[in-house]
Design a protein around this ligand. Structure first.
Ligand code: SAH
Ligand code: SF4
Ligand code: F3S
Length: 443
């Protein structure tokens, strides 16, 4: 990079928290090279797309954006365009990019983010398109810092990859096999964060419940939580995602007894039909899932439970879908992410017969939302006139006098307050209930 001219970068992130956190690492690496963040692509000297492949719409967005960048590259031939993330782990996608989007300069993957400075250097030396991918890696690179988005809450990876191979899901093919970080590295990272004033951490893994299985000694996720709970200054511990098949009694007990572990569990069910759960390779039945919910609620009565649901998985009949609706009514979720099944080339389900027509998928999707939303609202009614602890997150996007924050149960709260409260824990009395948010006043 030339010494005399300030260079600017911009990152566009798709996908899950794992990708968000990877973008924080990329940002740190670029700032270490002297780049400065800019909000616009037009002002950038370096643009990174951190991509996601989990559903078709995430993929299509990237192609759309790349097409639009051609003009920008013509105006500014020194602009460097880099692509990384889950899409880049697939050879067939890299081929599309290399043949159709020749203005892309650097392609790297999910396992070699730490190499970005070298790749930029190589590109600057040669001007050639750089493609650097590590298919899968046993090794965990520990020494990448992150330029974190917030100063009070942070993501902390505890493991990478996934071994579950749910038949619809591309993640095991983009993130590789499951591997756990050493507990001491995780704990040191959190201690460093709390020493800087961080109050809340979210532990990240595709299936945190199987944490520790790749370590050389016996170590469970519950034990990790117990160790993290001892860290002084830390107020709140969250984690995602829990796979129902691995949710142990030990973990439920830890969640119930550890004061910093928040009363929120994201437990993706995907479907309420045993036939579909089996075809998805989820390895639990509807009955086992419901039993788990029961156990968790007995141990932690105030817990909020959220989930992921896919509609229109291949072979889903009307009666299978009805079972999903029934399950949703029985569990009474606090919130849910709902998805239309999306064919992902390379997965087992992509080749299954009986793909569900789009129109039926959309109808079922709407029915599912019509069932879920009144439940969310009714669950929120329990908060009326209650005083809740809120970690203040930011100024509301719609009203500069309002702040937003979250309860321990993960509910989004709007209330009037001064921006100086951002990052602090405050008490709010709830006086207005909505389906997705609650409103209240500072007490
Ligand atoms: N490891 C996490 C999350 C993985 S992706 C877990 O197991 O819960 C997040 C969600 O995307 C999944 O829970 C699933 O509901 C959804 N998803 C994954 N692949 C999908 C596909 N092909 N079509 C539609 N939704 C999908
Ligand atoms: Fe995908 Fe299943 Fe792994 Fe989650 S557990 S990442 S849904 S394969
Ligand atoms: Fe996440 Fe999408 Fe990859 S959901 S793990 S960024 S495919």
């Amino acid at each position: 990079m030339k010494k005399n001219k300030q260079k600017y970068y911009h990152i566009i992130t798709y996908g899950c928290q794992m990708n968000e956190h990877d973008s924080e690492k990329i940002s740190w690496l670029l700032e270490d090279l002297g780049y400065v963040w800019t909000d616009t692509k037009e002002n950038s000297d370096f643009i990174v797309y951190n991509t996601c492949l989990v559903r078709e719409n995430a993929e299509l967005k990237v192609y759309g954006q790349l097409g639009a960048l051609k003009g920008l590259k013509r105006q500014n031939p020194d602009l460097i365009i880099a692509l990384c993330g889950c899409m880049m782990q697939r050879e067939e996608i890299r081929e599309i990019i290399l043949s159709k989007y020749k203005h892309v300069d650097i392609i790297f993957g999910t396992n070699n983010i730490h190499k970005l400075p070298q790749l930029i250097h190589r590109y600057e030396q040669t001007g050639d398109t750089i493609v650097d991918i590590i298919e899968d890696s046993r090794e965990i690179v520990e020494d990448i810092n992150a330029n974190r988005m917030y100063s009070y809450k942070a993501f902390v990876n505890i493991m990478y990859g996934c071994n579950n191979f749910c038949t619809y899901c591309i993640v095991p093919y983009t993130r590789g096999r499951e591997k756990s970080r050493e507990p001491k590295n995780i704990i040191n990272e959190i201690k460093e964060l709390t020493s800087k004033g961080y109050k809340e951490i979210t532990l990240l893994g595709q299936n945190v419940n199987s944490y520790g299985k790749t370590l050389n000694y016996n170590y469970s996720f519950a034990k990790l939580l117990r160790e993290i709970n001892k860290i002084e200054g830390l107020e709140r511990i969250r984690f995602m995602t829990s796979h129902p098949k691995d949710l142990s009694d030990e973990l439920i007990e830890a969640m119930a007894s550890l004061d910093k572990v928040c009363e929120h569990l994201h437990l993706p069910v995907q479907s309420g039909s045993n036939k579909i759960l089996k075809a998805m390779n989820r390895k639990y039945t509807r009955e086992e899932y419901l039993l788990l919910i029961d156990k968790i609620r007995k141990a932690i009565p105030e817990i909020a439970i959220s989930t992921d649901i896919i509609v229109g998985f291949p072979g889903e009949r009307e009666e299978d879908f009805e079972e999903t609706l029934d399950l949703v009514k029985e569990v009474r979720y606090d919130s849910a992410f709902t998805f239309l099944y999306s064919i992902r080339e390379g997965t087992i389900a992509a080749n299954m017969e009986n793909q569900v027509p789009d129109e039926i998928k959309h109808n079922r999707f709407q029915k599912l939302l019509d069932t879920l939303y009144p439940i969310f609202y009714e669950k929120n009614l329990n908060y009326e006139n209650k005083i809740v602890e809120v970690l203040v997150e930011e100024v509301s996007k719609n009203d500069p006098n309002m702040l937003t924050g979250r309860t321990r149960t993960g509910k989004l709260i709007h209330f009037k307050g001064n921006r100086e409260l951002i990052g602090q824990l405050v008490d709010v009395r709830i006086d207005k209930i909505k389906t997705f948010t609650l409103e209240g006043c500072l007490v």
